[in-house]
Design a protein around this ligand. Structure first.
Ligand code: 5AD
Ligand code: SF4
Length: 462
C-alpha cells in the first residue's frame, strides 16, 4: 500500500545575499508548495534546485559555477532534475547564464517570481530551457500577495513593502537587478501583517531597498512613517523593524515615531558608506557628512537608547589616505553598535565603473578594511559589555540552538540574548537581567520568579 502513496516532488533552494533575497526564497518555496512540492534541505533529494543569487559584491559567477559543479553528478543521475538560477545575478547575467552553463534549465530574475510555478511546469512538460528576466516597472507591479512566507510557529517575519531602487548610487548594481522603485499598496502590506499576527508573529521587519521613500511616488500611498504607525496598530504586533534606509528621504515624521511609538524597535541601520564629503559625492550619495551626523543626533535625541549600525565601503575609486581617515573619524564620532564593511568591488552597468578606474590596490583595500574593522571591534565590544547588569525586554524567538533548555530572542537594539527558560515563553516579551556579553551576543536570566528560580547558584527552569 505504502508505495502507492506518491511522495511529493521536492525543492531545494540555496540563498545568497540580503534579507530581500531570503524573503524571495521563502516566496518561491511557498508558491511551489502550492503546486504540491515539499521543501528539502538536501540537494541530492531534490527534483528542483534553485540557486538564489546576489550580485552586490564580488564574483557571483564563481559561486554559481562551483555550486553547479557540485550538482552536475545529480543531473547526470536524474535528467529530470530542474536546476534554476534566480535572483540578482540571474537578472544581471540573463541569457549568458544559459549559454555558459548547459546544466541550467531556468534563469529567472526577481520580477518573475509570481510566474515560477508556471515556468517550472513548462520546463517539465516541454523539456526546454527558460529565460525569465523581463523587468516590470509598472505601478501595478505584481507583488506576491497570496502566500504567507513565515512558517507556523515563527515569531518574526519579513514583509515586503517596496521593490527596486531609484537612487543610482554610483557603486550599486541594485537599480539594475531589482529595477525601478515601486511601493506595495498599504492595504496589501497591512493585510499581510494581520495574517502574520494571526499566525503568532509578533515582530515584523518591513523590507525595501529604500524604505524611507516608500509611497513618495504613489499618489494614494501613505508616507513611510504613516505605514509604520498603521502596522503598529495591528493587534498582536509587538515590535517593528525596517531595512534599508537612506539618510535622505528620512523625514521628521519617522524621527517623531522614534519619540512616540514604543513598538518601533530601538534600532536603526543607516548606511553611510564613507566619511568624506568628496567620497560621498563620487559615490553619488545625496547627503554630506554633516547632514548625516545631524540626523544621528536628532534620532538619538528622539530615542536615547537607539542602537545604530551602518554599511561602509573601503577602497572606492580614488580613495585617498585622508578620505579613509575621515571614514575612521566618522566611526569614532558616531560610535555605531555594529557595522558591515566591504571592499569596493566594481559592478557592471554602474556609474563608478564607467567613470572611474578601480585604482585602490588590493593590499591597500585590505589594510583599510582591517583598520576599520579593528576600530569598530573595540566599540562593538564596549557597547555589548554596557548591557551587562541591565534589565531588558527580550522577544523570545525559540529554543536556543546550543541547548534546548535555553531560549533565544532579541532586544529592541537587535542583540541576540540567550537565557534559560521554558518553551511556552516563545513569542512573549520577557523581562531579562543581562549577566554576560559573549562574542556578539548576550546571555541573562528572566526576572520573573515564575519562570526561573535560582537554586544553589544554578539557574533552574520551573
Ligand atoms: N562594492 C562593495 N560594496 C558594495 N555595496 C554595494 N555595492 C557595493 C560594491 N560595488 C555595499 C554597500 C551597501 C551594501 C548592501 O553593500 O555598503 O550598503
Ligand atoms: Fe539583495 Fe542587492 Fe544582493 Fe540583490 S544584489 S540579493 S538586492 S543585496
Amino acid at each position: 500500500m505504502a508505495d502507492l502513496i506518491a511522495t511529493p516532488p521536492r525543492i531545494f533552494i540555496q540563498t545568497f545575499g540580503c534579507q530581500m533575497n531570503e524573503l524571495d526564497s521563502g516566496k518561491m518555496l511557498r508558491l511551489l508548495e502550492g503546486d504540491g512540492y515539499a521543501a528539502t534541505d538536501q540537494a541530492d533529494d531534490a527534483d528542483v534546485i534553485l540557486i538564489n543569487t546576489c550580485s552586490v559584491r564580488e564574483k557571483p559567477e564563481q559561486k554559481v559555477r562551483s555550486l553547479l559543479g557540485r550538482y552536475k553528478g545529480l543531473k547526470e543521475a536524474n535528467p529530470d532534475l530542474i536546476i534554476g538560477v534566480t535572483g540578482c545575478y540571474a537578472q544581471q547575467a540573463k541569457g549568458e547564464l544559459l549559454r555558459r552553463f548547459p546544466l541550467v534549465d531556468l534563469v529567472m530574475g526577481p520580477d518573475a517570481i509570481p510566474r515560477l510555478p508556471a515556468l517550472v511546469m513548462d520546463i517539465q512538460h516541454s523539456r526546454s530551457r527558460s529565460l525569465a528576466t523581463e523587468q516590470l516597472d509598472r505601478q501595478d507591479y505584481p507583488f506576491v500577495n497570496d502566500v504567507v512566507v513565515a512558517q507556523g510557529g515563527s515569531v518574526t517575519a519579513f514583509v515586503n513593502i517596496q521593490k527596486g531602487c531609484d537612487n543610482l548610487c554610483s557603486f550599486c548594481i541594485v537599480p539594475f537587478t531589482r529595477g525601478r522603485e515601486v511601493s506595495r499598496s498599504a492595504d496589501d502590506v497591512l493585510d499581510e501583517v494581520r495574517r502574520l499576527a494571526e499566525r503568532g508573529v509578533r515582530e515584523v521587519t518591513l523590507l525595501g531597498q529604500n524604505v524611507n521613500s516608500y509611497g513618495l511616488k504613489k499618489s494614494d500611498a501613505p508616507a513611510f512613517h504613516d505605514l509604520v504607525a498603521a502596522v503598529a496598530g495591528v493587534q498582536g504586533i509587538a515590535r517593528i523593524r525596517f531595512t534599508t534606509s537612506n539618510p535622505w528621504d528620512l523625514d521628521e515624521g519617522l524621527i517623531q515615531l522614534y519619540r512616540d511609538q514604543q513598538k518601533l524597535a530601538s534600532y536603526f541601520h543607516l548606511p553611510v558608506q564613507a566619511g568624506a564629503d568628496s567620497m560621498l559625492l563620487r559615490m553619488r550619495r545625496k547627503h554630506t557628512r554633516a547632514e548625516y551626523l545631524l540626523l544621528v543626533e536628532r534620532l538619538r535625541q528622539a530615542r536615547p537608547d537607539l542602537a545604530l549600525s551602518t554599511d561602509i565601503i573601503v577602497g572606492f575609486p580614488g580613495e585617498t589616505e585622508e578620505e579613509h581617515e575621515q571614514t575612521l573619524s566618522l566611526l569614532e564620532a558616531v560610535r555605531y553598535d555594529f557595522i558591515y564593511s566591504f571592499k569596493y568591488s566594481p559592478r557592471p552597468d554602474t556609474q563608478a565603473v564607467s567613470k572611474y578606474e578601480d585604482d585602490v590596490p588590493g593590499a591597500v583595500k585590505k589594510r583599510r578594511l582591517a583598520e576599520i574593522q579593528d576600530m569598530q571591534r573595540l566599540v562593538t565590544d564596549e557597547r555589548l559589555q554596557s548591557w551587562v547588569g541591565r534589565d531588558v525586554e527580550v522577544l523570545i524567538e525559540g529554543p536556543s540552538k546550543r541547548d534546548p533548555q535555553w531560549l533565544s530572542g532579541r532586544i529592541g537594539q537587535n542583540w541576540m540574548v540567550s537565557l534559560p527558560g521554558a518553551a511556552r515563553l516563545v513569542g512573549t516579551l520577557v523581562d531579562v537581567r543581562i549577566d554576560e556579553a559573549v562574542s556578539n551576543s548576550l546571555s541573562g536570566h528572566a526576572n520573573h520568579r515564575d519562570t526561573v528560580a535560582r537554586a544553589g547558584g544554578r539557574l533552574t527552569v520551573l
